[in-house]
Design a protein around this ligand. Structure first.
Ligand code: HEM
Length: 226
């Protein structure tokens, strides 16, 4: 096989990886919106939030959903690492994978691996602190269930947790504000007519993620009276 055809293979597998990143990234954006909407029940009160989380966790389909979600997260991370390694190998001189790919050289685009890493570290702390956090129980309308509202409010009584969430959510906001429209580009859905609108929507998405989740952490801090 000639070296030019090898280069072609490398380029086409890179495109495949970017497409996988695009699809998994958009699915994760969908998860983020549904998680944010679900978490808004915190604003309604303990019963609403506990009923919502109980409805989700008591459904036997939750195990399949969790498995699929974990697979999506993993594929997204593994593809990102492989693309970074490939790009470094192709260009040993300090080079940025997003800068030269026609996707602009904004702060959000040039910090994608960094903001992605912050989101990953956040996720580990998040799941340990809430999903596997202190278990209390409560009774709502005669049904015994986990008092996840109490666990969540208590978790945010530590100002360091709130601060950590705000930092992580700003990073995630940056990550998604570029990732959302970049996914459309990777999937070839970059019609010149619609791209400016998708880019605008992408920035709005990042803003909603950063403000929405940080706002909820601050709400829990205030609600608990710390
Ligand atoms: C203030 C912001 C947030 C709050 C209050 C919150 C709340 C929660 C709670 C209470 C759980 C446990 C659910 C359960 O055990 O049934 C949970 C799980 C989870 N959260 Fe969040 N979350 C927030 C932000 C985020 C963000 C930004 C992400 C993504 C980067 C995220 C990803 C997840 C994941 C993947 C799970 C595990 C889901 C599962 O295993 O079913 N969360 N969250």
């Amino acid at each position: 096989m000639s070296s030019s055809s090898c280069k072609k293979c490398a380029t086409s597998t890179s495109i495949g990886k970017k497409q996988i990143m695009g699809v998994t990234g958009l699915l994760l954006c969908g998860f983020l919106i549904s998680h944010l909407l679900g978490n808004l029940t915190l604003l309604v009160g303990p019963d609403a939030f506990n009923k919502y989380s109980h409805t989700l966790t008591s459904n036997p389909l939750i195990y399949g959903a969790e498995f699929i979600l974990a697979a999506i997260f993993l594929s997204h991370i593994v593809m990102a690492i492989r693309l970074i390694i490939e790009n470094r190998a192709a260009r040993p001189v300090k080079y940025h994978m997003y800068k030269k790919s026609g996707r602009g050289g904004t702060l959000a685009s040039s910090t994608m691996p960094f903001t992605g890493l912050i989101a990953l570290v956040f996720l580990v702390f998040h799941i340990c602190g809430l999903k596997f956090g202190t278990v209390y129980s409560t009774n709502v309308g005669g049904v015994e269930m986990r008092d996840l509202y109490r666990t969540t409010i208590e978790y945010f009584q530590d100002p360091l947790h709130v601060l950590g969430y705000i930092v992580a959510m700003v990073a995630l906001g940056f990550h998604t504000s570029h990732g959302f429209w970049s996914a459309f580009q990777s999937l070839g859905l970059n019609h010149p007519k619609y791209m400016p609108k998708i880019q605008c929507l992408s920035k709005l998405f990042g803003l909603v993620v950063a403000i929405g989740f940080s706002g909820l952490a601050i709400f829990c801090f205030i609600k608990g009276g710390h």
